[in-house]
Design a protein around this ligand. Sequence first.
Ligand SMILES: *[C@@H]1O[C@H](CO)[C@@H](O)[C@H](O)[C@H]1NC(C)=O
Ligand SMILES: *[C@@H]1O[C@H](CO)[C@@H](O)[C@H](O)[C@H]1NC(C)=O
Ligand SMILES: *[C@@H]1O[C@H](CO)[C@@H](O)[C@H](O)[C@H]1NC(C)=O
Ligand SMILES: *[C@@H]1O[C@H](CO)[C@@H](O)[C@H](O)[C@H]1NC(C)=O
Ligand SMILES: *[C@@H]1O[C@H](CO)[C@@H](O)[C@H](O)[C@H]1NC(C)=O
Length: 509
Amino acid sequence: MMKVLAVIELVLLIVHHCAHALSRDQFPPDFVFGASTSAYQIEGAANEDGRKPSTWDTFSHSGNGDGDVACDHYHKYKEDVKLMANMGLEGYRFSISWSRLIPDGRGPVNPKGLLFYSNLINELISNGIEAHVTLNHFDLPQALEDEYGGWVSRRVVKDFTKYAEVCFREFGDRVKYWTTLNEANVNVVLGYDLGVMQPQRCSPSPLTNCSRGNSSTEPYLAAHHMLLAHGSAARVYREKYQGMQHGLIGFNLLLLGFLPQTNSTEDIMAVQRVQDFSIGCFMNPFIFGDYPDIMKKNAGSRLPSFTQKESNLVKGSIDFLGINFYFSLYVKDSPGNLQKENRDCLEDVAAKFQLYLPNDITIPEVPITPNVFLRTLDSLRSTYGNIPIFIQENGQQTAHNSSLNDWSRVNYLHAYIGSIVDALRSGLNVKGYFVWSFMDTFEIVGGYELSYGLYYVDMNDTNLRRQPKLSAEWYSNFLKGKLMDPKITKETEKNASVLSHNPWLHSAT
Ligand SMILES: *[C@@H]1O[C@H](CO)[C@@H](O)[C@H](O)[C@H]1NC(C)=O
Ligand SMILES: *[C@@H]1O[C@H](CO)[C@@H](O)[C@H](O)[C@H]1NC(C)=O
Ligand SMILES: *[C@@H]1O[C@H](CO)[C@@H](O)[C@H](O)[C@H]1NC(C)=O
Ligand SMILES: *[C@@H]1O[C@H](CO)[C@@H](O)[C@H](O)[C@H]1NC(C)=O
Ligand SMILES: *[C@@H]1O[C@H](CO)[C@@H](O)[C@H](O)[C@H]1NC(C)=O
């Protein structure tokens, strides 16, 4: 009964969420507000100054655009940091391209790669912006994929640890926030079960284009090695660098809002199972030193087991959790999946998924569900304790060619930043918030056609001109301490015409 009531309350909350007025003062001064990007999605210069391909380069060259040029941030980083500073960003989350820094994945460090990231970090610091660095954002060096299959091989643990140590040693005097892997849970399912993102591994089937892989076993192997790689890098950081550099090390997961499709006990239990597989797969080892029981039961011997030593390495190895949140899904119990032979890791979950998509949404925009987000954070706290959390990505998707008056993004950001006020009030340990993305990027889904940027990047312009969208102005006003009233937002909507009327707005070329 309690659970049923909780579901009803939750549904009501989704419907009746009303945004409140927001201001930067509602957050502690040491809370960090920023924006995010990742290396392959913005840097370009893919074949310059010694960089070699990553698995993402390889995957994207098979169709749907590529990051060869992207936003050309590699050459324009100074201009970009200036835009960030003018906007009032307090932090900037970016990733280091492993194959730019160590082109073959292991072995010699590329001095030009080192110089680029060092310059970028210095530029941020001299503009008063804190660097939040991700070490691996879906771009494993292709050389390691070719040599031993990348994350499916245990050999990756040692190579990742050495790469991480180069970063701690070279940049750790200036970087205090390290995230080892981005959205490991997404990479495992999309890259090793469905084969729809790098490194495109999955079991052969008429519906997929994978040339190698095994969807029953490899997702679990990849997850296991990602956990060990994190644990091993975190140990090196703690033993050799943290005492001197006083930074923190964390791990990033995509959090989805999961809603039971019906109020049945079965569907409510399916939601719990989905959480155990998508979040528990990583968080249980980090907090308790082992996988959730339901994973062991449903995946059986396909799930690697931790030795005592490995368990000790992984347990307690995160100082914070990085969370990316975008949208919510309906979950339905699907027990029949467990009868399948050679079932894949998604079938082990025994659930079916459907996008939560009310009628009033104009695709590609996604519905705004901040209360589901809050509920999910709260449930993480009950299961894993009140660990420090950085929201490292959150943002609204629009068509790249849609208006610079991106009200849907403004409304989205207002609602989610507002929900963090509630999160803090309820005692949740949220330490920062980063909008995805600082500018339009080469997106994982949708390439250059779908965008999340606060800045529009004109991909047809030879200078790849950046232009602020309305959301950039909105976020800047918020960061500069203005009171952001949702009613004013609504009224202004009617009068929104051309952006150039606003004196704050300017484009940098
Ligand atoms: C995947 O691996 C399992 C366990 O080794 C094996 O039984 C199965 O046949 C493999 N599937 C494919 C498609 O290779
Ligand atoms: C497989 O490749 C073909 C040809 O490139 C493409 O049309 C199809 O969408 C791909 N299928 C998947 C599941 O990616
Ligand atoms: C759950 O039950 C309540 C009351 O009957 C109903 O209003 C609500 O829509 C149901 N939720 C779902 C997800 O079916
Ligand atoms: C935007 O691009 C899509 C294809 O990505 C196209 O179908 C649509 O017509 C374009 N809209 C405008 C306003 O140019
Ligand atoms: C970019 O150029 C292509 C080809 O000329 C055109 O189809 C597209 O609409 C242009 N996109 C924008 C955003 O101007």
